[in-house]
Structure formats: structure tokens, C-alpha cells
Design a protein around this ligand. Structure first.
Ligand code: TRP
Length: 382
């Protein structure tokens, strides 16, 4: 019997229920990243990545094509982004870290879109001041990961609309209301800003080609919930004379509560990058695990890491080494370790991570402008 609360809903605006990623691939019409494709990436990158190894980046569109072009000396640019609706969760950093690895390995340019307009349109409780403040705060989190201003351009939609507008109008003329209604579930009560937003989110995929007057492949690392945007973007691309953007898609980093992804509306469900290490430790100690009801039972039967949020943190972030991960998994399944002890391992990792991250955030504060996409205005082809 399936419960209504278990029903899977995955849209760019809502993710809930029990996630079935195979079904998402099928319903969205994307491809699985298979072993052969992984090996191709590793060969070109000269390095492996645990998020690919563990199939946490698992789905794609045209990744093989992008690699073909790359090998033919037609390199791509990377485009990703963030909707600044609140502080950054630890989970948001995961695809950004992957993006950094990919950018470094492929030696290419990154365009990062902060959709402050989107979050204003879609969230009635947020003021313009809120989304602008979160744009700044989230930018610090991104930059704290060590991006380089020479090839990283941060686009803030509201501030940089002049840079985006010409492409946006070209896109908008090609997308009908009935397409966005069907793709995003909009209806007559949806505000027109939201209806327009898919045009804006398409723009960075074409921006490089437009600025430099040379059609350039683009690949978008993102969580799979963003795929509907890329379907619309891909539909218009060729009509406008651009390549269809490729994408490489990851799973959602789960929260500390049972099931689902992290939720900004429930502060205990996620560790924010701005939490004090002490507060983060408290959240870890209160996290949902796959433990048994009694110590005796757990010693005898072992626990279940498959549903455990603590184990998921090891898997996604804190134990990139497969040996470490296999070791803790074995101890968990065999009943050798209890959940309280396991949390005592995660907590200091989390605290140390936050301390370092917060120091890095401070350090980038006076360099934010160096990354601004406003620099691109001088490059626009005459
Ligand atoms: N819509 C995304 C969000 O709400 C933000 C975003 C814009 C994005 N462009 C992107 C995310 C490209 C991934 C890739 O978070």
C-alpha cells in the first residue's frame, strides 16, 4: 500500500516522497551515466571522482557528445547556479565542489547564475532585500570553495539583467505559455514573473556563444530537479543557432531527518554553513539513523545504513575514500558500532569542516566583486 506522503514529487519547486531515481531517468528522458562514460571522463580528467564512482552524479544529457567535442578541440563552458532563497546548506556545496573539480580538470570557464529574481517570484514571503542578501551570503559560500576569478563569472539576475536581456527576449519569443504550463505545472494563478523565469534561466547556456560570437558547447552540473528548465532550453537552442546544452545531474543530498531532501523551512533538518559548529553538532546528534530500538538488538542484528542520514553524509561528503566508507558500513551492518558512537565520529568532522569553511568565507569577502559577470560587458562582440 502506498501512502500519499510517500508519493514521489520532483519539480524544480518541490521535492518530496520516496525518491526513485530510475523512474526519474525514465520520466525525464535523461540517460544513466554508465561505467564506460565514467571511464571516459576519468581519462580526459586524468583523475577519478567519488561522486561519480558512487553514482551520486548518475544522470546526464549529451555528456558523451560534449566529451567528443572536447576531444575534437571544441571545448565547452560550464554553467550552474543557485536560487538564493536562504542560507546555504552543507548539501548545496556538494554539486559545487564537483563543479570545481570538473572545471579544474577540464580547464574551462564557469558561469554561475544567482537567480534572485526567481526566488522573489516564487516565494511570497521573501522581500527583494532578502533575496539580495542571500545572493551575497550564498556567493561567499561558493567562493569559499576556492574558485578562481579568472575563469569564474557570477551572474546576479537582478543586477545583471542588461547583460542577459537580449538573449532572454530571443528565448522568450520561442516559448509558449502552454509549454511552460505543461513543463512546470503553471496555471492561470501563477504570477507572470514565474512564467517568464524559464527564459532567464536558459540565458547562461548561450551567453558565452553570444558574447564571443562563436557557438560553444555548454554543460550544466545540477541536481536532477532542474531538468525541466533544460528541456525548455534545449527545445529553443537550435532555433536560435546555438548548441543544445548538455547536463550532468546529481541526486539530492538528504537532510538529517527521515527521507526527503534538506528543507530550509525546518532548521533541524539541515546544517547551514552559517551554523556555529556547536549548533551543527547538536543537529548531528539529533539526526535520524537506521538503528535498532535496543542496544542488544543492534549488537545482534546490526543497523541499516541505507536509510541512515549520518551514513549519507559520509557517502556524499565526509568519506571520499572508499576504504573508510566500507569500513564504517561494515561496522554498522555488523552491529559493531552503535548510532551514538557513529554520530560522535561525524560531529567533529562536521565541526572542523564548518570552521574551515567559515574562515574561508571571511577571507573571500573583499574579493566578491572580482567574480562579477559585469566584467563581461567589455567582451561583448562589437
Ligand atoms: N533554479 C535553481 C534553484 O532554484 C538555480 C539555478 C539557475 C541553477 N541556473 C542553474 C541550478 C543552473 C543549477 C544549474 O536553485
Amino acid at each position: 500500500m502506498s501512502d500519499e506522503k510517500d508519493e514521489m514529487i520532483v519539480t524544480p519547486f518541490e521535492v518530496r516522497g520516496i525518491l526513485d531515481y530510475d523512474r526519474l531517468i525514465e520520466e525525464f528522458g535523461t540517460q544513466r551515466i554508465n561505467k564506460k562514460l565514467k571511464e571516459r571522463i576519468y581519462k580526459i580528467a586524468g583523475d577519478r571522482h567519488f561522486l561519480l564512482e558512487r553514482d551520486l552524479f548518475f544522470s546526464h544529457r549529451d555528456l558523451d557528445w560534449v566529451l567528443n567535442e572536447y576531444e575534437k578541440k571544441n571545448p565547452f563552458i560550464i554553467y550552474t547556479g543557485r536560487g538564493p532563497s536562504g542560507h546555504t546548506h552543507i548539501g548545496h556545496l556538494v554539486p559545487w565542489m564537483f563543479t570545481k573539480w570538473f572545471q579544474d580538470r577540464m580547464k574551462t570557464r564557469l558561469y554561475f547564475q544567482m537567480t534572485n529574481d526567481e526566488k522573489y517570484f516564487f516565494n511570497a514571503h521573501l522581500s527583494l532585500e532578502d533575496v539580495k542578501r542571500y545572493t551575497y551570503e550564498n556567493t561567499l559560500d561558493l567562493l569559499a570553495l576556492g574558485f578562481n576569478p579568472e575563469d569564474t563569472y557570477i551572474i546576479q539576475d537582478i543586477e545583471h539583467i542588461g547583460l542577459l536581456y537580449e538573449i532572454a527576449v530571443e528565448v522568450a519569443r520561442k516559448v509558449t505559455f502552454s509549454t511552460v504550463k505543461a513543463t512546470f505545472g503553471f496555471d492561470n494563478s501563477t504570477n507572470i514573473g514565474s512564467i517568464w523565469h524559464p527564459a532567464i534561466q536558459a540565458v547562461p547556456a548561450f551567453l558565452h556563444s553570444w558574447i564571443y560570437g562563436r557557438n560553444t558547447p555548454c554543460i550544466i552540473p545540477c541536481a536532477i530537479d532542474q531538468d525541466p528548465f533544460w528541456r525548455v532550453t534545449r527545445d529553443v537552442a537550435e532555433k536560435l543557432g546555438y548548441y543544445k546544452p548538455a547536463s550532468i545531474q546529481c541526486m539530492f543530498v538528504p537532510g538529517l531527518k527521515e527521507g526527503g531532501k534538506m528543507s530550509a523551512s525546518d532548521p533541524m533538518s539541515a546544517v547551514f554553513t552559517t551554523d556555529t559548529p556547536k549548533a551543527a553538532k547538536k543537529k548531528v546528534m539529533a539526526a535520524f539513523t537506521g538503528g535498532r530500538t535496543t542496544v542488544e538488538e543492534q549488537r545482534r542484528l546490526g543497523a541499516n545504513p541505507d536509510i541512515c542520514s549520518v551514513f549519507k553524509y559520509y557517502n556524499f561528503l565526509f568519506m571520499p575514500d572508499n576504504k573508510d566508507l566500507a569500513d564504517i558500513e561494515h561496522k554498522c551492518r555488523s552491529g559493531e558500532i552503535l548510532c551514538g558512537e557513529c554520530k560522535q565520529i561525524l560531529a567533529p568532522m562536521m565541526m572542523e569542516f564548518l570552521e574551515k569553511h567559515q574562515a574561508a568565507r571571511e577571507e573571500v569577502k573583499d574579493r566578491v566583486e572580482d567574480f562579477s559577470a559585469s566584467r563581461l560587458r567589455d567582451d561583448i562582440r562589437k
